[in-house]
Design a protein around this ligand. Structure first.
Ligand SMILES: Cc1cc2nc3c(=O)[nH]c(=O)nc-3n(C[C@H](O)[C@H](O)[C@H](O)COP(=O)(O)OP(=O)(O)OC[C@H]3O[C@@H](n4cnc5c(N)ncnc54)[C@H](O)[C@@H]3O)c2cc1C
Length: 386
């Protein structure tokens, strides 16, 4: 099957080879018991795939975001799930771009070699939802520390991470000139505060994603762990969010390719009424449409990645590529399930698992409506609805 945007062929080949050691049975067994894919994440770490975006001076490969996109796309295309560890790639960007030299030297080499896990990114709260400026988690300075109180929800991988990039308020919203002022970012070493100010409770969801809710009860974090300037945290995380959206869009492209490849293969091999079901255009055309949609979305992901690497503004491009890629994967998932008839629902085909997994990207890390509103307002100049 020909495809556009298959850059970094050697990396793709190596990722596909690694993923072949983690077949559907591996993921199904974990899914049944909501278990984290530790062996898979370790294998990716050992192979250096999770540190490709870290500059060489800190022990990484110093590759552009396109390399990260290729890795995550191939993981998903192979039927594996990069959701277990994708944050290790983009969360360190906040530290890289906004950390002091001392902070970078302290943490980045450990993250690059895999001895330090930075898999958690804590933004969402139960009462603020998508409206990030209304977060209530508050950090108050006390001597050399900040004391943090509040709550987060749906924070993934905290039980499998040493560090977390955490967004808090340091000034209440109503005391700030702009709603996005007065927020600050901390690099929290969860090993130091777990059970001592930090409580982590797992949340069982429709997919195996190791997500949790967090409670902060007078959790002390050294002031030296603040990333960027006090009150300017929103800007710090926005930079990271563009990378997150581009990388997750690549995962959606990989998912879409998985579904299109599985659907077309099954449509050729399954015979009903004495001929392959794929000979019926009612079966064939939706798969062809999904393929076209995937190829178009891949071009948009590539475009956003190039702008990001060139250091150019890419907020809209990152958002738009995430929307089209997540829709391509969701549409392809639906077609693939339908193409498989009853067998699509059988766990051993992995279609229903991937179907559940790719559905997440309609909602997280940003929901489709919020992307549409971003484009309506910032690209098309229409009035804001909120
Ligand atoms: C499995 C999983 C893992 C996650 N991992 C993380 C993580 O690691 N870190 C983290 O910080 N967060 C994480 N999240 C949270 C995720 O980013 C949020 O769920 C998402 O941003 C939506 O926020 P919400 O759930 O509060 O929905 P809400 O903000 O309550 O929105 C609910 C619905 O209303 C729509 N809506 C809201 N306002 C408007 C409006 N003005 N116009 C039109 N539509 C609107 C939304 O589009 C959405 O469909 C995760 C979520 C899940 C499910």
């Amino acid at each position: 099957m020909s495809s556009t945007n298959l850059n970094y062929p050697e990396i793709r080949e190596a990722v596909a080879k690694l993923c072949s050691n983690f077949p559907g049975e591996y993921w199904r067994a974990l899914d049944d018991t909501d278990t984290y894919p530790s062996e898979f994440v370790q294998a990716l770490t050992d192979a250096g795939f999770l540190s490709v975006l870290i500059p060489e001076e800190y022990g990484g490969a110093g590759l552009p975001i396109g390399a990260g996109c290729a890795i995550l796309e191939e993981i998903q295309r192979s039927g594996c799930n990069g959701g277990a560890c994708h944050a290790q790639m983009y969360t360190m960007g906040t530290l890289l771009r906004h950390g002091t030299e001392e902070q970078k030297k302290k943490y980045l080499p450990g993250i690059a070699e895999g001895s330090l896990r930075l898999q958690a990114f804590g933004v969402t709260e139960p009462t603020s939802g998508t409206d990030t400026t209304r977060i209530r988690t508050m950090a108050v300075r006390d001597g050399d520390d900040y004391v943090i109180n509040g709550q987060k929800v749906f924070i993934s991988r905290t039980e499998h991470s040493d560090l977390m990039v955490l967004l808090t308020r340091t000034t209440p919203r109503d005391e700030c000139k702009k709603p996005s002022d007065g927020m600050s970012v901390f690099l929290v070493d969860m090993r130091e505060v777990l059970g001592n100010g930090l409580t982590i409770n797992p949340i069982k969801t429709m997919l195996n994603h190791a997500t949790t809710e967090l409670f902060f009860d007078n959790m002390r974090v050294p002031a030296a762990n603040m990333l960027g300037a006090e009150g300017k945290g929103f800007k710090c995380i926005l930079d990271g969010m563009n990378a997150e959206r581009i990388l997750i869009a690549s995962e959606c492209i990989g998912d879409a390719r998985f579904f299109v490849e599985r659907a077309s293969a099954y449509a050729c091999e399954r015979e009903v009424f004495g001929r392959p079901i794929g000979q019926n255009q009612g079966v064939q055309f939706p798969i062809a449409r999904n393929y076209i949609e995937t190829e178009a979305a891949a071009l948009m992901v590539n475009n956003a990645a190039q702008l990001f690497d060139a250091g150019k503004p890419c907020g809209s491009e990152a958002n738009m590529c995430k929307l089209v890629a997540s829709e391509a994967s969701w549409h392809a998932a639906d077609t693939c399930l339908q193409t498989h008839g009853g067998f699509g629902y059988a766990q051993e085909y992995d279609i229903e698992r991937k179907f559940r997994e790719t559905r997440l990207y309609q909602t997280a890390p940003i929901s489709t409506n919020l992307i549409l509103s971003h484009v309506g307002i910032h690209e098309l100049g229409m009035p804001k609805s909120f």
